[in-house]
Design a protein around this ligand. Structure first.
Ligand code: GAL
Length: 439
């Protein structure tokens, strides 16, 4: 609209951008496709939108943010093991251990502080961290100095799930604060926005409630982009309202697909079962998130830890370890740093695996990988039967023809699979095979 435009004569405008730029020239939108553009228009009467600079900045940062999470984010998050006990020292220890354990070099680079870091807002509305985190900027600097990135947590509501200060009404201010601190990742958890905003503003109107929620996530996305800092944006609203359908449109790089995970086989298996069918929504820059890892937590057996990790890799899920890193057992470290399993998760094609078929208590998942390779995961969800009465794998069901040679990623040995092959699998255990040249 003319009223929102201001005629100016551009003597020389040099615009550096990383993405196509659209701008108005006497009402006409011109799209410049070059990645780096220098405009020199001596004396030409261009008409620019008055928010041209903001738009360039936004589009530049959008282009940058498109660069994050090209493969599912990997790192560590404080919640699953430490919950509200997380503090500055615990985060530094986790960062140190990511380096010492070899996890950073295996790809785990985000150190994410979950809920309970938040303090009070001052008179200007600026949020301060609480006594557990005396200096967030110094902590971020420390984490960065280890070659790692740092993540933080908030809620679109007035309160986080643990009852701490949320971002409602302070989105732009909080996003700027994160950028100042050097934050690289935000998990944004619905929490009180549901009870305090959605249900209050639109009682009994689920569609209107959903619109409020989507708008809240879009608002923080915009605030993050305005900072110009590439920040991974993680949506946490428990998979409500088919979040996978709209999360990418509000800038979500990942979105939780279910309610919380727990370190129990039944819970993990139930989450896995809810992922089947969501594969088409995942891809580079935007991932389904079946929640953070419980590998090494609770009473999970080694087989359960292996299966959990294998399935997260098949699902192209974010790999955010949630265990007590400084006290990690070597066998847990070995699971978390199995490079060939990580390579499945991080495969550059970014195609999430599918449940190809189930028979009895056995599920067979496949994942197509770059270069025509295929990963197969056979999971015994039963309590014992298939360790004594072998399961017979149907390669035909997987679209494969005849004998296949691959690698068993947990034994590291070559394996030959033939149609109808009997497989003896321990309870809750997995056979994970990579076939480089499937036939
Ligand atoms: C839950 C969320 C958990 C954790 C917790 C913190 O809503 O699903 O992953 O972030 O809040 O209070």
């Amino acid at each position: 609209m003319m009223s929102s435009q201001k005629p100016i004569s551009l003597l020389c405008a040099a615009v550096l951008a990383f993405a196509p730029i659209a701008f108005a020239q006497t009402g006409i939108t011109v799209v410049l496709p070059e990645s780096r553009i220098a405009i020199s228009s001596i004396g030409n009467p261009f008409v620019l939108h008055k928010n041209f600079a903001a738009r360039v900045a936004a589009e530049t940062s959008q282009a940058r943010s498109r660069m994050v999470a090209q493969t599912p984010p990997m790192g560590w998050n404080s919640w699953n093991y430490f919950a509200e006990k997380v503090d500055d020292k615990g985060v530094r220890d986790a960062a140190d251990e990511l380096v010492a354990s070899g996890m950073r070099d295996a790809g785990y680079i985000y150190v994410n502080i979950d809920d309970t870091w938040e303090g009070q807002r001052d008179a200007s509305g600026v949020l301060h961290s609480n006594a557990k985190f005396p200096d967030m900027k110094a902590l971020a600097d420390y984490v960065h100095s280890k070659g790692l990135r740092i993540g933080i947590y908030s809620s679109p509501g007035p309160r986080t799930c643990a009852g701490y200060e949320g971002s409602l009404g302070h989105e732009a201010q909080d996003a700027q604060l994160y950028a100042q601190w050097g934050i690289d990742y935000l998990k944004y958890d619905l929490c009180s926005f549901n009870s305090d905003v959605m249900e209050k503003q639109a009682p009994n109107d689920k569609a209107a409630q959903m619109r409020l929620m989507v708008a809240a996530y879009a608002k923080m996305d915009k605030a993050l982009k305005v900072t110009g800092r590439p920040i991974v944006y993680s949506l946490c609203q428990y998979g409500w309202d088919a979040v996978w359908e709209w999360a990418p449109s509000v800038g979500g790089n990942l979105w939780r697909t279910t309610d919380d995970i727990r370190p129990e086989w039944d819970r993990i298996y139930s989450i896995v079962s809810q992922q089947a069918g969501l594969e088409k929504y995942a891809g580079p820059g935007h991932w389904n998130d079946p929640d953070m890892l419980e590998v090494g937590n609770g009473k999970l057996t080694l087989a359960e830890n292996r299966t959990h990790f294998s399935l997260w890799a098949m699902l192209a899920a974010p790999l955010l370890a949630g265990n007590d890193l400084p006290n990690m057992k070597p066998e847990i470290n070995a699971i978390l740093t199995n490079r060939e399993v990580i390579a499945i998760d991080q495969d550059r094609l970014g195609r999430q695996g599918t449940r190809a078929y189930s028979e009895g208590e056995v599920d067979v998942w496949t994942r197509h990988l770059a270069g025509g390779a295929l990963a197969i995961a056979v999971v015994n969800a039963g309590d014992n039967r298939y360790s004594t009465h072998p399961f017979h794998l149907s390669l035909a069901n997987l679209g494969l023809h005849g004998q296949q040679t691959g690698k068993d990623l947990w034994t590291g040995k070559r394996i030959t699979l033939s149609d109808g092959q009997p497989l003896e699998l321990g309870s809750h255990d997995v056979l994970l095979v990579r076939i480089d040249a499937p036939k």
